[in-house]
Design a protein around this ligand. Structure first.
Ligand SMILES: Cc1cc2nc3c(=O)[nH]c(=O)nc-3n(C[C@H](O)[C@H](O)[C@H](O)COP(=O)(O)OP(=O)(O)OC[C@H]3O[C@@H](n4cnc5c(N)ncnc54)[C@H](O)[C@@H]3O)c2cc1C
Length: 522
């Protein structure tokens, strides 16, 4: 299968009239992605039959004929590029642009926008929080439905431990809303990421060992379908949509407008241990940590990082180009005694004498955890990310990349692997498209500032993924480059799930109203 590498970062912010014309031309070409067609034919057959030439479309009709209340933007509007690119986390931009952006005012506007798209044979893409690292919300042509205003907490029922939330609510805000009720949800790790695409992708969550992935606690999802109907999907109704929405990520053929969440009691004694070891001891630390992970309770979240040393340790890390090895263990416990006892084995590392700095079983909370994650994955950077699942020994993974990491062009880049704890690998959910499960999850988060350094960082990143490839069992669909490497989408699912998703798309979106994983990328 041929990878699509035409996502040229150099063309950032350069939508000349020529580009805009080419967008129209591309839309008329029906977005055929030839290389991918061979092996994923059903996706393409289902989605290649829509396109209207730009000149035939009257965007104002969205308001006049379809009663759309939000903001409509076309390339001639000053705000158009700001909304298209400004809402993206990754500052390594693409030159893909839609023909129209429809910023919805409410859920009914989503219905109106899909109806308009159908009437005009425009393909639909969706902007949730804009945090997907490879920006699949931007496609060449079509209508981009921007959900930014779907940001309301609809209800929280502390007695039933249930909440209904619109998609554009961040991880930090979700936990903050639930805390007064002593409740919590398996959100993602970084503060600003929105529930929107996080949940649809599966959701690698805080306390995943106990609560499961984020999507595992979504009891129902309200969706707008390709026929522009509002439906609720759950285990009891519209089960195919429920199955697909639980993991399809950028491959979903519907718009999620509300999530019905099952909540959990907030753990009363969260605590974290942090150990910095010399980079030279990385492989030994990984060799010790691998077997230990299986013996720790699953309520401990365990991660091993390689990254630039914090300023206070920089002097001690000169021999390793300023790099250091970091072990973090966070427990979602209910008493401090439980937390201390469970984290104690982390202190018995045979290399503990070499530890450069440590902090043991310190009480923490979601606010502090978000602050810590936010510092590791800062905003306003250029990024390439590929998070992988693996059943290899962590030592083998780190051996594969330890010398490569010493040559990393950017000091902001890190490699992290989360080691699932507990005696069993978390089983895949029985009734969800999300199907990856393994002993480890992680990879390189390549982050840098300057466009002049794009090439060196992208090359370094791609080499790093190649070094890890022999050890991986799959990709994570929303933290991997499904745009630059469309095969990574397929590699994010068990074969049967990938095929079922394709079949469901063919059944429920036969006209290809929604962009699939690959349409409109080149
Ligand atoms: C700093 C950072 C930290 C992260 N940490 C984690 C983590 O801890 N765990 C984890 O699992 N992931 C994590 N991610 C990845 C993130 O969860 C995914 O990339 C997710 O897709 C982002 O959601 P979004 O709504 O911002 O996506 P967007 O970029 O807005 O959308 C991406 C695609 O998702 C689909 N989509 C989004 N919303 C909807 C919707 N409402 N209805 C239908 N389709 C929709 C669309 O196809 C869209 O093209 C992190 C990302 C960042 C930037």
């Amino acid at each position: 299968m041929t990878d699509n590498k035409k996502n040229n970062p150099e063309k950032k912010n350069s939508t000349s009239s020529q580009d805009q014309e080419s967008i129209g031309v591309l839309s008329r070409r029906l977005f055929l992605s030839k290389g991918f067609a061979a092996s994923t034919g059903s996706f393409l057959l289902a989605s290649s039959a829509r396109a209207t030439s730009k000149s035939e479309i009257n965007p104002a009709a969205l308001q006049t004929d379809f009663k759309f209340k939000g903001k409509i933007l076309t390339p001639s509007d000053l705000e158009f590029r700001n909304v298209a690119f400004g809402g993206l986390w990754n500052k390594l931009h693409t030159n893909r642009l839609p023909q129209i952006i429809a910023c919805v005012a409410d859920e009914e506007d989503v219905v109106a926008a899909v109806k308009f798209a159908r009437a005009n044979k425009l393909k639909v893409s969706i902007r949730g929080g804009g945090h997907n690292w490879c920006a699949p919300s931007l496609r060449n042509g079509g209508i981009l439905i921007d959900l930014t205003n779907l940001n309301k907490v609809i209800s929280i029922d502390p007695t039933a431990r249930k909440a209904v939330l619109q998609p554009i609510i961040s991880n930090r805000e979700t936990q903050a809303q639930l805390k007064p009720y002593n409740l919590a949800y398996p959100t993602g790790h970084c503060p600003p990421v929105k529930l929107s695409g996080y949940l649809l992708s599966g959701g690698m969550a805080w306390n995943q060992g106990v609560w499961g992935p984020g999507i595992g606690s979504v009891e129902a999802i309200e969706l707008v379908t390709p026929e522009a109907k509002m439906i609720t999907a759950s285990a009891d109704q519209n089960q195919d949509y429920y199955w697909a929405a639980r993991g399809a990520g950028p491959g979903l053929f519907a718009v999620a407008t509300r999530y019905h969440l099952k909540l959990y009691p907030l753990p009363q004694a969260m605590a974290a241990s942090v150990y910095y070891y010399p980079y030279e001891n990385l492989v030994e630390v990984a060799e010790w940590l691998g077997p230990l992970a299986g013996k720790l309770p699953s309520k401990i979240e365990l991660s091993l990082f390689i990254l630039s040393a914090p300023p206070e340790l920089a002097d001690k890390c000169k021999l390793s180009a300023g790099k250091v090895c970091l072990v973090t263990a966070t427990i979602f416990a209910d008493t401090q005694d439980e937390a201390k006892a469970a984290l104690a084995p982390l202190d018995s590392c045979p290399l503990i004498e070499k530890c450069l700095s440590k902090s043991i079983a310190q009480p923490t909370d979601f606010e502090a955890l978000f602050d810590a994650s936010g510092a590791l994955w800062p905003a306003n950077l250029r990024n390439r990310v590929d998070a992988l699942f693996s059943n290899a020994n962590p030592a083998d993974l780190f051996k594969a990349v330890d010398s490569h990491f010493l040559k990393v062009p950017s000091a902001k880049t890190l490699i992290m692997f989360a080691l699932f704890t507990g005696s069993n690998i978390p089983a895949p959910l029985p009734d969800a498209c999300f199907s990856m499960s393994a002993k480890l999850y992680g990879g390189p988060w390549t982050m840098w500032d300057q466009s002049s350094n794009d090439q060196s960082n992208i090359e370094w990143h791609d080499q790093c993924v190649q070094l890890l490839k022999p050890y991986m069992s799959g990709h994570y669909v929303s933290e991997t480059d499904t745009v630059g490497h469309p095969t990574y989408a397929k590699d994010s699912y068990k074969e049967a799930n990938w095929h079922r998703l394709a079949e469901l798309r063919k059944k429920y979106d036969p006209e290809g109203v929604f962009f699939n994983f690959t349409d409109g990328l080149s």
